[in-house]
Design a protein around this ligand. Structure first.
Ligand code: IVH
Length: 676
């Protein structure tokens, strides 16, 4: 193709995008799937990258339009649809089991039984049944709220519409995976990048007649809430699913012991190629439901299950450039821009190089031929470079010592525990002075786990920042929609959709609010602990007014590192301004108590000594589940000191001096059972 032809091809595609945008935003018509749309957009961007002379004003790289998912109604999941932690090797599995043993205070001779279920790489869905009738089906969404995709799910043959089995619970939501078998995918492979995209794209079609033409399958594996279920183990549950008319994975197995889990993993990894659907690992679930209940959940994933991933796919490609990305916490992450290469059905053009130390250790340079690995949903990374193929004139990569964005000093922290220098180099600027950090902070603010503003994607944050619409989080709530609707790629409808999404988020819980601020070391779990302890946003703001963090010292789980980080956060004037303004604009709801009227309400506990048949962690989570709170030192604020075997004498004595009640484990258990 000569330049003229390339230009024509390019312009045609740009016009196509314009046409679909126009139909979508102004006529409310969706004539192609999101995936097809994204494919065209990608082709345009790829052409622009390849040929410098191409660039139309109407290029999608200049427009900030988005496709809000207004097609489906949002519905809350009665029980959140959480994800799973990943294990990659035997060590991870040993750790997983060790944590379970510790939590349950088991000893090594106890053998835990697992349900081992091959993990299908599809799209999860929740099917709600009432009196045996399939009444509603939801996508996972953000885990808390899904989209009502009932009509599309009804087109799937594997989903029973009416169940008359005697022991089928009167109410239940059955969860499982929607997917496409590899042989079926072959027939539609020119439209989608891989089977997973095909399943997701077809499930989110507006027109269920189109969905019905795609040969989607469903395999069931779990349930969320239920009324009237009398089943004690996962394996028994899977057997029942079959009796009720669901398909279950034919390779499910009941297994004991890490060694046997590994055998099964090796067996399935070899067999993987012959199986007619894509699997990317095996999910292990503690078989006994009673134990599952005791183990409960950490921040985002259950303690009783893990996904053991298969070895990743890898390939080789040339490193074209090494760019430094700056994260929300100032971390400088080197990223290799590689010559696009297909790995496991997906085109990869970026691969992380992790940090400065990693580059030095592996002596990674621009121009090198690198082995790149991609494991399912994990970010692709460079494993090694081929020194034999290195060009003679290649130069060692010099990692910048100043922040490439704001030129501030960068440092490597000293790890308090190991007393070693961190591998990660960070930009030391606080607040919003560093452009890259500021943008990342705003992306974090609107992200799924934080404010979860629908349709406010990363690209929009970047664009709004560049055109001075959003420089600080509070600007999001003061947007000029008249201006937005006139921007390239936007219109009346898309601007009003954005306004709707943002206005929906003016009410927010304290823990989400704290998490959204992106304070270093304050992730979801710590934000929850702080919110539960402080209860109201007024108290959170007072942390600054008093310049007094003492209040946080009492929180079990919050240590010096976190407190230091919160202190630093409040010392910055811009951060203060952000928090105060948001506090004025938003309605921040007080932190929820786990069980509002639990028998331990308004009581603070502390534990000392070894408990019998129960770990510290389990005892703590039991206290919290019953509305009590936990302190980490003996002070006047403490109501009860629970003592196990060999308690710390000093703690018991101080408690007695302060007239704090000292409880034996058995008395505390009685307290728990009083009203619950
Ligand atoms: S159990 C809290 N079982 O893996 C329990 N998930 O990362 C969570 N998946 O979103 C789900 N096969 O899409 C479970 N047998 C199986 C599964 C499975 C595939 C997917 C599912 C989920 C993701 C978790």
């Amino acid at each position: 193709m000569n330049d003229n032809e390339i230009y024509k091809k390019y312009l045609n595609k740009v016009k196509l995008i314009q046409k679909y945008n126009e139909l979508y935003y102004n006529k409310n018509l969706s004539n192609i799937s999101d995936f097809e749309f994204d494919e065209i957009k990608k082709e345009v961007l790829d052409l622009e990258k390849k040929y410098n002379f191409l660039k139309s004003k109407k290029s999608p790289s200049n427009s900030v339009g988005f496709k809000p998912s207004k097609n489906f109604e949002k519905v809350s999941h009665r029980v959140p649809m959480l994800s799973l932690s990943n294990a990659f090797n035997e060590e991870d599995l040993i750790n997983f089991e060790k944590k379970i043993f510790n939590f349950l205070s088991y000893n090594k001779t106890d053998n835990i039984e697992y349900s081992a279920e091959p993990k299908i790489d599809g799209i999860s869905a929740s099917l709600i049944y009432k009196k045996g009738k399939f009444i509603k089906g939801l996508s996972r969404g953000d885990g808390k709220e899904g989209e009502d995709i009932t009509e599309n799910l009804k087109t799937i043959n594997d989903i029973p519409k009416l169940i008359i089995a005697k022991n089928f619970p009167t109410e239940i939501d059955i969860r499982g995976e929607v997917f496409i078998q590899n042989n079926d995918f072959k027939k539609i492979s020119e439209k989608f990048a891989n089977p997973r995209n095909a399943a997701s794209g077809s499930l989110r079609q507006k027109d269920s007649a189109i969905t019905s033409k795609i040969p989607l399958k469903f395999i069931a594996y779990n349930y969320g809430y239920s009324n009237g279920i009398k089943i004690n183990t996962q394996v028994e549950f899977l057997d029942n699913l079959k009796l009720w008319g669901f398909k279950i994975n034919p390779f499910n197995k009941k297994i004991k012991g890490v060694k046997n889990l590994i055998f099964n993993h090796e067996y399935l990894e070899k067999k993987r190629k012959e199986i007619e659907f894509d699997i990317d690992g095996i999910v292990y679930k503690v078989n006994n439901f009673e134990l599952q209940k005791r183990l409960g959940f950490a921040a985002n994933a259950p303690r009783w299950a893990i996904a053991h991933k298969f070895l990743a796919n890898n390939s080789t490609s040339e490193i074209l450039n090494i760019e430094i990305q700056i994260g929300r916490t100032g971390a400088l992450t080197p990223v290799a821009k590689i010559k696009p290469v297909k790995i496991g059905g997906v085109i990869v053009s970026n691969a992380t190089l992790h940090n400065e130390d990693e580059i030095n250790r592996k002596d990674i340079r621009v121009g090198d031929i690198a082995t790149v690995e991609r494991a399912g949903d994990v970010i692709p990374h460079v494993i090694s470079v081929d020194l034999n193929k290195r060009k003679k004139d290649s130069k060692k990569f010099i990692f910048p010592k100043n922040c490439p964005s704001c030129n501030s000093k960068t440092i490597k922290d000293l790890n308090e525990i190991t007393k070693k220098q961190d591998a990660v180099r960070r930009c030391i600027s606080e607040g919003y002075v560093c452009e890259k950090i500021a943008i990342e902070k705003i992306k974090h603010f609107v992200s799924k786990e934080a404010f979860n503003i629908d349709g406010f994607g990363k690209k929009i944050v970047e664009n709004f920042w560049q055109i001075n619409l959003v420089k600080l989080p509070q600007d999001i709530f003061k947007l000029d929609y008249e201006k937005i609707k006139r921007l390239d790629g936007w219109g009346e409808l898309s601007a009003s959709n954005l306004k709707y999404s943002i206005d929906n988020k003016r009410k927010i819980g304290l823990e989400k609010f704290i998490y959204s601020l992106g304070i270093r070391h304050i992730g979801q779990e710590n934000a929850k602990l702080i919110a539960r302890h402080l209860k109201s946003s007024d108290n959170f703001l007072k942390l600054n007014i008093n310049k007094n963090m003492n209040d946080l010292v009492d929180i079990d789980g919050i240590g010096e590192t976190q407190i230091k980080s919160i202190k630093n956060f409040f010392l910055n004037k811009t951060n203060l301004k952000v928090v105060n303004e948001l506090h004025k604009i938003l309605s921040i709801k007080n932190a929820k108590e786990m069980k509002i009227d639990g028998p331990l309400k308004n009581k603070t506990f502390m534990l000392t000594g070894k408990l019998s048949n129960m770990s510290r962690s389990e005892a703590k989570s039991l206290i919290e589940q019953n509305s009590g709170s936990i302190a980490s030192n003996v002070s006047k604020k403490l109501d009860y000191l629970i003592i196990g075997e060999k308690p710390t004498k000093k703690k018991v004595n101080t408690a007695k001096e302060l007239n704090i009640k000292v409880l034996e484990q058995a008395d505390w258990i009685k307290m728990l059972n009083k009203t619950s």
